[in-house]
Write a protein that binds this ligand. Structure first.
Ligand SMILES: N=CN[C@@H](CCC(=O)O)C(=O)O
Ligand SMILES: [Zn+2]
Length: 418
């Protein structure tokens, strides 16, 4: 029977459909379906056909993929993309050896971005975030999580979340929002984190009613929020119907990983200092470990999250840019894939699962993003690369040839190499 499609991708060297019933945990992360010589048809913005024989397919448009790699659009499950200003002046402080948490303690770091974000209008925030999202899309990311957390007051937190909601309506990238009001203690509440957390909790009904966020997150760290304060805060957020995320054990090993897993958080992120018990509990509770090796690299640390132990113990591991103006100013998830290979010692197969299927599950989009199957959204990257090993291997550049979002080519870079 002849099938008619809007767009047909032919001559695909390697197609990674990433089909999976659920998130890939532990050893299953090594599984990778590779279809050589594939063709893929798109109709009405969705995948209509995947196979190796196009003889019965009629099409309106055709793209010859020149035997290159084709994958689902990448999913970036941890970013802080809506913010004002930038922090290039902090690089010199870092070079002088001033630690990240010390910069924050001095009123810089996150707090300096809070000042810039409070001053910025919604329009300015929208324009700036839109620029960063364009860049993410050009690097192959088609779905992204976006956190608030640079307001630390009702007005600015809502402003950030509303900007993200507008962008979700208008930008080609799909955006999933997280409320991170508990990102730092503002100067006005120094010495009184409990009062501040109460004020953030008081916003949750409004955030829910206005559908401004699906997840609630907190920065559990020395000098920010303790494990006990975080547990109480997240427990209350869960009661209000939010799914939970946490910035856990990023710098000091406080035990946020155990707390996140025992609360049934959807993900625990960073995890550089996660304990053995924390890792065991992640596996037992199915809490996804979102690892952010770009941040460890950028903070100049030598010790990275223990991805190998996590995978060996059956944890579902994902990867993200953590794009933000302080600890990880990059929109490039391909670069994170290389750092994951070199520093986390993840295999290429594990890395591809981490930035597609597992990343989508980490933000509650497992049924929509991160996989190519008939009926799913046609969010696709055509890479100027001969195979899937090539992306983590050849680092620091953009290998995207075309990005297809909902069946339409939205990014087209230089002519594909023959
Ligand atoms: N560590 C907390 N939050 C961000 C950094 C935010 C910032 O420095 O502006 C992170 O995930 O790394
Ligand atoms: Zn973060």
């Amino acid at each position: 029977m002849t099938v008619h499609v809007d767009l047909l991708l032919t001559n695909i060297g390697q197609l990674l459909p990433m089909r999976s019933e659920g998130p890939k945990a532990g050893k299953a992360m090594q599984e990778l379906e590779v279809i050589e010589g594939a063709v893929l048809g798109i109709k009405d913005g969705r995948v209509a056909f995947i196979g190796t024989d196009a003889s019965d397919i009629e099409f309106d448009k055709l793209i010859d993929c020149k035997e290159k790699l084709v994958t689902p659009g990448l999913v970036d499950p941890h970013t802080h993309v809506v913010f004002g200003g930038s922090r290039e002046h902090e690089l010199a402080l870092k070079q002088q050896g001033v630690p990240y948490l010390e910069i924050l303690k001095r009123g810089g770091g996150i707090l300096s971005t809070v000042e810039a974000t409070r001053k910025a209008t919604s329009e300015e925030l929208y324009e700036k975030a839109s620029f960063h999202l364009d860049r993410m899309l050009s690097f192959g990311t088609t779905t992204v999580e976006a956190k608030s957390g640079y307001g630390l007051d009702r007005e600015t937190e809502l402003k950030q979340l509303q900007v993200a909601k507008e962008l979700q309506k208008n930008h080609q990238i799909d955006i999933v929002s997280t409320f991170l009001g508990a990102h730092a203690i503002p100067k006005t509440h120094k010495g009184n984190p409990e009062l501040f957390l109460e004020e953030m909790l008081a916003m949750l009904d409004e955030i829910k009613n206005l559908e401004l966020a699906e997840f609630v997150d907190i920065f559990t760290e020395t000098g920010v929020f303790t494990v006990e304060q975080s547990r109480e805060y997240l427990r209350k957020a869960k009661e209000k119907g939010f799914d939970l995320k946490i910035h856990a054990d990023e710098i000091d090993p406080l035990g946020g990983t155990e707390m996140a897993a025992s609360l049934g958080a959807i993900s625990a992120d960073h995890l550089v200092g996660a304990s053995n018990e924390g890792i065991r509990l992640l596996a037992e509770n199915g809490t996804i470990a979102v690892l952010l090796p770009g941040t460890t690299f950028y903070l100049g640390k030598s010790s990275f999250a223990r991805a190998r132990e996590m995978i060996e113990q059956g944890v579902t591991v994902s990867l993200a840019t953590d794009f933000n103006p302080g600890s990880s100013p990059t929109e490039n998830l391909q670069l994170i894939m290389s750092i994951a290979a070199l520093q986390l010692k993840m295999s290429p197969e594990e890395i591809w699962n981490a930035v597609t299927v597992n990343a989508a599950h980490a933000i509650g989009r497992g049924n929509e993003a991160g996989q190519l199957a008939v009926g799913r959204k046609a969010d696709i990257v055509i890479w100027d690369a001969p195979n899937y090993l090539y992306i983590p291997y050849h680092y620091g550049v953009n290998h995207v040839n075309k990005v297809i979002k909902n069946g339409k080519v939205v990014t087209e870079r230089m002519k594909i190499r023959e």
